[in-house]
Design a protein around this ligand. Structure first.
Ligand code: NAD
Ligand code: HSE
Ligand code: NA
Length: 419
């Protein structure tokens, strides 16, 4: 079978190279030779470590009737959307690692694919076969929850910031050099990349047809050493967590940093590793762990899809994005989410401050669980506190009231606690 790779960057180059390096075993497993015949790039003059023929014209792939499988690894949304639609219209099988594309267009692409194979394992949790596990391995179950660390860049950054005190900008640059980060790293640090992955899983597990703007997304940009102090003091790790959870007939989908007890398995997932816990009503908890980003790890999942397509030939693509789930589940509004919260407040260090702050919490029906006060320079102090479980709307109202209170001298910060 002939393969055209559109986008020969970090992942695309690894796909071409692994198809060559591991050709014998891949051919044996696929039952047919898989030959990457051409790659499409933006800039033909750039030095690349690949031996396939390159072009800067995507039509060289789309209009070549001998190409069976189009591998889309260019990144972005609109251009890949056009390219994938054209490939499907020509009856070519498609493999993509593009979660941003699927976050917006997964249901349309599923309809367009019809019985043309369309696979996307590398789009979620890189090299971990989580799509395979959720769509096929756990298909007997109602999914109760999916909780995971699904952005390698953020996890790598948080691990280095917490364990080694490396500063944010240095470690972000390192993640880019290692090929972990998206072309625009705000997708990573802003939580959007993890949200794209969550939306894909939410469609497979619950049939929720939501877009990024419908769900709660927060990134890691505002985490400070004071937050890390509080976490250390009370035995928490700080992680960017991706959560899908069934609560009655509503589905929570949210991505944000959390304080998570150090003894939870997911708290031990460090560096570029991803970890996903899926709880099914019959199987119980299953855990998946592996590299979430990087050229070879991601290409491993891309090639698994290519081999799978070669093995089964044409047939139902089974993208697996559900629409009627049988249970009539709906997305839970962001305001109704309930969890525990950690708050960092910078306050004036003088009499009466604590009582003012406590009154605001009492008014919003929020109960405080733990608190430490750390003196700062110039008659100021940090109040670092955690709450008992309360409603997202009440916390947001309290944050507004605190911001307006004269004793609070800086915009308060909040991180949710997952326990
Ligand atoms: N890097 C990872 O660890 C990783 C992991 C999982 C998924 N992904 C996804 O895989 C895709 C590729 O990521 P990457 O890290 O390899 O990106 P990259 O920036 O390293 O490579 C992108 C390639 O696409 C080419 N390209 C971009 N726009 C093009 C256009 N309009 N026409 C022709 N060529 C074009 C570029 O020249 C480059 O060769 C993205 O969708 C990304 O989200 C990446
Ligand atoms: N930028 C992504 C790539 C893998 O999807 C990450 O860091 O997880
Ligand atoms: Na995967």
């Amino acid at each position: 079978m002939k393969i055209g790779i559109i986008g020969v960057g970090t992942v695309g180059a690894s796909v071409a190279n692994i198809l060559k390096d591991n050709k014998d075993i891949i051919t044996a497993r696929a039952g047919v030779e898989l030959e990457p015949v051409i790659g499409v790039v933006n800039n033909l003059n750039k030095q690349r470590d690949v031996s396939i023929k390159l072009t800067d014209n995507v039509d060289d792939v789309l209009n070549d009737d001998s190409i069976d499988i189009v591998v889309e690894l260019m990144g972005g949304i609109e251009k890949p959307y056009e390219v994938v639609k054209k490939a499907l219209a020509k009856g070519k099988a498609v493999v993509t690692a593009n979660k941003a594309l699927l976050a917006y267009h997964r249901y349309e692409l599923q309809d367009l694919a019809g019985d043309t194979p369309f696979e996307y394992e590398a789009a979620v949790a890189g090299g971990i076969p989580i799509i395979n596990a959720l769509r096929d391995g756990l298909t007997a179950n109602h999914i109760e929850s999916i909780r995971g660390i699904m952005n390698g860049t953020c996890n790598y950054m948080l691990t280095k910031m917490i364990n080694e005190g490396v500063d944010y900008d240095t470690i972000l640059k390192e993640s880019q050099d290692l090929g972990y980060a998206e072309a625009d790293p705000t997708f990573d640090v802003g939580g959007f990349d993890a949200a794209h992955k969550l939306l894909i899983l939410g469609s497979i597990a619950y049939g929720i047809d939501a877009k990024p703007e419908d769900i709660l997304i927060e990134g890691i940009e505002n985490i400070t050493p004071a937050d890390i102090d509080f976490a250390n003091e009370f035995n928490y790790s700080i992680k960017l967590l991706t959560i899908a959870k069934k609560v009655g007939s509503k589905i929570e989908l949210r991505v944000h940093p959390v304080l998570i007890p150090n003894d939870e398995m997911i708290a031990k997932v460090d560096g570029v590793m991803n970890g996903v816990s899926v709880i099914g009503d019959k199987v119980g908890e299953t855990m998946y762990y592996g590299p979430g980003a990087g050229g070879n790890a991601t290409a491993s999942a891309v090639i698994a899809n290519i081999v799978d397509i070669a093995r089964r030939g044409k047939g139902s693509p089974m993208l697996g994005f559900e629409s009627s789930h049988g249970e009539n589940l709906t997305l839970m509004p962001k305001d109704e989410i309930q969890t525990k919260y950690y708050l960092r407040l910078k306050v004036e260090d003088k009499a009466g401050v604590l009582s003012k702050v406590s009154t605001i919490f009492a008014d919003k029906n929020i109960s405080i669980e733990k608190m430490i006060q750390k003196p700062l320079k110039d008659k100021a102090a940090h109040l670092l506190l955690s709450t008992h479980t309360c409603i997202e709307k009440n916390i947001n109202d309290a944050l507004k009231a605190l911001e307006d209170a004269s004793v609070v001298t800086e915009k308060p910060a909040m991180i949710r606690i997952e326990a």
